[in-house]
Write a protein that binds this ligand. Structure first.
Ligand SMILES: Nc1ncnc2c1ncn2[C@@H]1O[C@H](COP(=O)(O)OP(=O)(O)OP(=O)(O)O)[C@@H](O)[C@H]1O
Length: 284
């Protein structure tokens, strides 16, 4: 399937916030493997928005986060963060840009030998010269925001998975970043923790006046909190729109996702050799 935005759910983003991240005509392939992962990709992330990036396994969602974080550079096109081209930054500029991005990785690992308080203090100790008193107050404010001020002295082994995710969230926002990127923030959470985490992502984004970029498979929770959703397929935007627009869509690609159907335009097989080439038989 080879789609672009022009034949997908046809909407214009009408959010007034300034553009924080802009992905313009990006083409990307990893050196290893050589397969084209992103092809002429265009996306915009505006201030104040919670934007979800969804799509099948291996379609390139995490790769998009890596290009924004500057871990990899696009072969062509631009990834702009606050107007500056991430791919052209030197290492000092990249470090400064990354300080303005909060990142919560899949299963947001905490440092197991540091207390909850010290986990959240970590980025502040790394990047600022705050006095101990000020640092402690800031950390307690972040822990308060995620409802875990009382858990400050516990070690990661003493808290639940849902609580650990909230501590990781507090750590991701410790430096008040204008951009927060979440890679599968709901993975492995029970339904209650999942709901709490989703609501926190929305509330923290509003409280910080930030932009949140969410890579996720969880349609229901995501559609509750996102302002805008991009569906990726074959390295391009397969569909985009507000959750309301997408929910009403009859596009087979969108429906396959929303209805979680195994059959549809999104292929089950990773691209590769044909059955005939591998087994010497013709597929029926
Ligand atoms: N460092 C790497 N080197 C080579 N290929 C890679 C590398 N990282 C990812 N890939 C490949 O790039 C493609 C996109 O990977 P990516 O992790 O961005 O997908 P994804 O949409 O986040 O998938 P999932 O939802 O399963 O996490 C995959 O086919 C993967 O095998």
């Amino acid at each position: 399937m080879n789609r672009d935005t022009s034949n997908s759910v046809n909407t214009q983003q009408d959010f007034s916030g300034e553009i924080v991240v802009s992905i313009e005509n990006v083409n990307f392939a990893y050196e290893l493997g050589g397969r084209q992962i992103l092809s002429g990709l265009n996306m915009e992330f505006r201030r104040g928005q919670v934007v979800a990036v969804m799509g099948g396994s291996g379609c390139g969602k995490t790769t998009i986060l890596r290009l924004i974080g500057g871990q990899f550079a696009a072969q062509s096109g631009q990834v702009l963060f606050e107007g500056a081209d991430i791919g052209k930054m030197n290492s000092a500029e990249l470090m400064a840009a990354r300080r303005r991005m909060g990142m919560l990785f899949q299963f947001g690992a905490l440092f197991t030998d540091l207390s909850v308080l010290e986990n959240v203090a970590f980025p502040l100790r790394e990047h600022t010269d705050l006095t101990e008193d000020l640092l402690r107050s800031l950390v307690l404010m972040k822990l308060n925001a995620v409802g875990l001020r009382g858990a400050r002295d516990l070690m990661p082994s003493q808290i639940s998975g849902g609580m650990a995710r909230r501590v990781a969230l507090a750590r991701a926002i410790a430096l008040d970043p204008p951009l927060i990127m979440y890679d599968e923030p709901f993975a492995g959470l029970d339904p209650i923790s999942l709901g709490i985490t989703a609501r926190l992502i929305r509330d923290l984004n509003s409280a910080l006046g930030a932009t949140s970029l969410l890579v996720t498979h969880d349609v229901e929770e995501t559609f509750e909190i996102a302002d805008y959703v991009y569906f990726i397929a074959n390295g391009r935007i397969g569909a985009q729109g507000t959750p309301e627009e997408l929910s009403r869509s009859t596009d087979p690609f969108v429906r396959q996702f929303l209805d979680a159907s195994p059959d549809g335009p999104v292929p089950f097989h990773y691209p590769g050799q044909t059955l005939e080439e591998d087994f010497g038989v013709k597929a029926q």
